[in-house]
Design a protein around this ligand. Structure first.
Ligand code: COA
Length: 141
Protein backbone atom coordinates (compact mmCIF):
# COMPACT_ATOMS: atom_id res chain seq x y z
CA UNK A 1 0.00 0.00 0.00
CA UNK A 2 1.49 3.34 -1.05
CA UNK A 3 0.34 6.31 0.99
CA UNK A 4 1.17 9.89 0.08
CA UNK A 5 0.93 12.70 2.63
CA UNK A 6 0.19 16.27 1.49
CA UNK A 7 -0.18 19.48 3.48
CA UNK A 8 -2.18 21.88 1.33
CA UNK A 9 -5.91 22.57 1.20
CA UNK A 10 -5.63 23.89 -2.37
CA UNK A 11 -7.95 21.94 -4.69
CA UNK A 12 -9.31 19.89 -1.78
CA UNK A 13 -12.80 18.46 -2.35
CA UNK A 14 -14.62 19.53 0.84
CA UNK A 15 -17.46 17.06 0.25
CA UNK A 16 -14.96 14.18 0.16
CA UNK A 17 -13.20 15.45 3.31
CA UNK A 18 -16.54 15.82 5.09
CA UNK A 19 -17.48 12.27 4.13
CA UNK A 20 -14.14 10.94 5.46
CA UNK A 21 -14.61 12.78 8.78
CA UNK A 22 -18.21 11.56 9.06
CA UNK A 23 -17.14 7.96 8.56
CA UNK A 24 -14.11 8.34 10.84
CA UNK A 25 -15.89 10.02 13.75
CA UNK A 26 -19.36 8.57 13.28
CA UNK A 27 -21.22 11.88 13.20
CA UNK A 28 -21.84 14.50 10.55
CA UNK A 29 -20.93 18.18 10.70
CA UNK A 30 -21.91 20.93 8.30
CA UNK A 31 -19.91 21.47 5.15
CA UNK A 32 -19.31 25.08 6.19
CA UNK A 33 -17.84 24.03 9.55
CA UNK A 34 -15.47 21.52 7.93
CA UNK A 35 -14.28 24.05 5.37
CA UNK A 36 -13.88 26.90 7.86
CA UNK A 37 -12.09 24.82 10.51
CA UNK A 38 -9.56 23.38 8.06
CA UNK A 39 -9.10 26.68 6.23
CA UNK A 40 -8.57 28.46 9.55
CA UNK A 41 -6.02 25.95 10.84
CA UNK A 42 -2.28 26.57 11.12
CA UNK A 43 -1.41 23.22 9.52
CA UNK A 44 -3.36 20.47 7.77
CA UNK A 45 -2.19 17.08 6.53
CA UNK A 46 -3.96 14.65 4.23
CA UNK A 47 -3.26 11.01 3.38
CA UNK A 48 -3.92 9.69 -0.12
CA UNK A 49 -4.01 6.22 -1.62
CA UNK A 50 -4.05 6.18 -5.43
CA UNK A 51 -5.60 9.65 -5.52
CA UNK A 52 -8.26 8.84 -2.93
CA UNK A 53 -8.41 10.77 0.35
CA UNK A 54 -7.96 8.24 3.17
CA UNK A 55 -6.87 10.37 6.14
CA UNK A 56 -6.76 13.89 7.55
CA UNK A 57 -5.47 15.90 10.50
CA UNK A 58 -5.29 19.57 11.39
CA UNK A 59 -3.69 21.79 14.04
CA UNK A 60 -4.00 25.30 15.38
CA UNK A 61 -0.85 26.99 16.67
CA UNK A 62 0.78 30.27 17.67
CA UNK A 63 3.71 29.13 15.51
CA UNK A 64 6.22 29.55 18.37
CA UNK A 65 5.35 27.51 21.43
CA UNK A 66 1.83 26.12 21.69
CA UNK A 67 -0.32 24.03 19.38
CA UNK A 68 -3.35 21.76 19.48
CA UNK A 69 -4.22 18.94 17.12
CA UNK A 70 -7.78 18.14 15.98
CA UNK A 71 -9.68 15.93 13.55
CA UNK A 72 -7.18 13.10 13.14
CA UNK A 73 -9.13 10.58 11.09
CA UNK A 74 -8.29 7.58 8.92
CA UNK A 75 -10.75 5.82 6.62
CA UNK A 76 -12.22 3.06 8.85
CA UNK A 77 -11.45 0.46 6.15
CA UNK A 78 -7.74 1.33 6.27
CA UNK A 79 -7.16 1.83 9.98
CA UNK A 80 -4.39 -0.12 11.68
CA UNK A 81 -1.96 0.15 8.77
CA UNK A 82 0.22 3.06 9.86
CA UNK A 83 -1.68 5.89 8.14
CA UNK A 84 -2.62 7.61 11.40
CA UNK A 85 1.01 7.54 12.58
CA UNK A 86 2.19 8.96 9.23
CA UNK A 87 -0.37 11.77 9.47
CA UNK A 88 0.66 12.59 13.04
CA UNK A 89 4.36 12.60 12.16
CA UNK A 90 3.67 14.90 9.21
CA UNK A 91 1.61 17.39 11.21
CA UNK A 92 4.01 17.35 14.19
CA UNK A 93 6.83 18.19 11.77
CA UNK A 94 4.97 21.42 10.92
CA UNK A 95 4.46 22.52 14.54
CA UNK A 96 6.72 24.12 17.17
CA UNK A 97 7.66 21.40 19.64
CA UNK A 98 7.39 23.07 23.05
CA UNK A 99 3.84 21.88 23.68
CA UNK A 100 1.24 20.15 21.54
CA UNK A 101 -2.11 19.34 23.11
CA UNK A 102 -4.96 17.13 21.96
CA UNK A 103 -7.98 15.30 23.26
CA UNK A 104 -8.09 11.63 22.33
CA UNK A 105 -11.35 9.99 21.44
CA UNK A 106 -12.32 7.11 23.74
CA UNK A 107 -10.29 3.98 23.09
CA UNK A 108 -7.57 5.67 21.04
CA UNK A 109 -5.44 6.91 23.94
CA UNK A 110 -2.65 4.40 23.30
CA UNK A 111 -2.33 5.58 19.68
CA UNK A 112 -1.18 8.95 21.06
CA UNK A 113 0.82 7.40 23.91
CA UNK A 114 2.87 5.50 21.30
CA UNK A 115 3.66 8.82 19.64
CA UNK A 116 5.08 10.18 22.91
CA UNK A 117 2.04 12.03 24.27
CA UNK A 118 1.43 11.89 28.04
CA UNK A 119 -1.86 12.20 29.85
CA UNK A 120 -2.29 15.42 31.86
CA UNK A 121 -3.82 15.50 35.32
CA UNK A 122 -4.95 19.12 35.26
CA UNK A 123 -6.19 19.73 31.71
CA UNK A 124 -9.42 21.76 31.61
CA UNK A 125 -11.85 22.56 28.84
CA UNK A 126 -14.58 25.18 28.52
CA UNK A 127 -17.36 24.47 26.05
CA UNK A 128 -20.45 26.30 24.89
CA UNK A 129 -22.40 23.07 25.42
CA UNK A 130 -20.94 20.29 27.57
CA UNK A 131 -23.78 17.81 26.99
CA UNK A 132 -22.25 15.76 24.14
CA UNK A 133 -18.95 15.23 25.95
CA UNK A 134 -20.74 14.62 29.21
CA UNK A 135 -22.83 11.89 27.57
CA UNK A 136 -19.68 10.40 26.00
CA UNK A 137 -18.04 10.09 29.42
CA UNK A 138 -15.25 12.59 28.70
CA UNK A 139 -15.77 14.86 31.71
CA UNK A 140 -15.03 14.45 35.39
CA UNK A 141 -17.89 15.42 37.64
C1 COA B 1 -7.11 6.90 15.90
C2 COA B 1 -6.75 6.69 14.45
C3 COA B 1 -6.46 8.05 13.81
C4 COA B 1 -5.50 5.81 14.35
O1 COA B 1 -5.11 5.70 13.01
P1 COA B 1 -4.55 4.31 12.43
O2 COA B 1 -4.13 4.54 11.04
O3 COA B 1 -5.55 3.24 12.68
O4 COA B 1 -3.30 4.09 13.40
P2 COA B 1 -1.88 3.42 13.01
O5 COA B 1 -2.16 2.20 12.20
O6 COA B 1 -1.01 4.45 12.40
O7 COA B 1 -1.34 3.02 14.45
C5 COA B 1 -0.09 3.47 14.96
C6 COA B 1 0.17 2.70 16.22
O8 COA B 1 -0.86 2.99 17.19
C7 COA B 1 -1.55 1.78 17.54
N1 COA B 1 -2.97 2.09 17.67
C8 COA B 1 -3.77 2.66 16.76
N2 COA B 1 -5.01 2.79 17.25
C9 COA B 1 -4.96 2.30 18.51
C10 COA B 1 -5.91 2.15 19.55
N3 COA B 1 -7.18 2.55 19.39
N4 COA B 1 -5.51 1.61 20.73
C11 COA B 1 -4.24 1.20 20.91
N5 COA B 1 -3.28 1.31 19.95
C12 COA B 1 -3.64 1.85 18.78
C13 COA B 1 -1.29 0.80 16.41
O9 COA B 1 -1.42 -0.51 16.84
C14 COA B 1 0.12 1.17 16.04
O10 COA B 1 1.00 0.58 16.98
P3 COA B 1 2.49 0.08 16.60
O11 COA B 1 3.27 1.34 16.28
O12 COA B 1 2.95 -0.60 17.82
O13 COA B 1 2.34 -0.80 15.41
C15 COA B 1 -7.88 5.97 13.70
O14 COA B 1 -8.23 4.79 14.40
C16 COA B 1 -9.14 6.80 13.49
O15 COA B 1 -9.27 7.52 12.51
N6 COA B 1 -10.13 6.67 14.39
C17 COA B 1 -11.45 7.32 14.23
C18 COA B 1 -11.38 8.82 14.40
C19 COA B 1 -10.79 9.18 15.75
O16 COA B 1 -11.33 8.83 16.79
N7 COA B 1 -9.66 9.90 15.70
C20 COA B 1 -8.95 10.30 16.89
C21 COA B 1 -9.29 11.71 17.16
S1 COA B 1 -8.57 12.26 18.68
Amino acid sequence: MTITITDTIDDLDWVVLNDLLTRGFGYERSQEVVQRTFTGSYACCFAWQDGTLVGAARAISDGVACSAIYDVAVDPVLQGQGIGRALMQAILARLPKRSVMLVSTMGNEDFYRKLGFRKMRTAYILMEDFRGWEAGGYLET
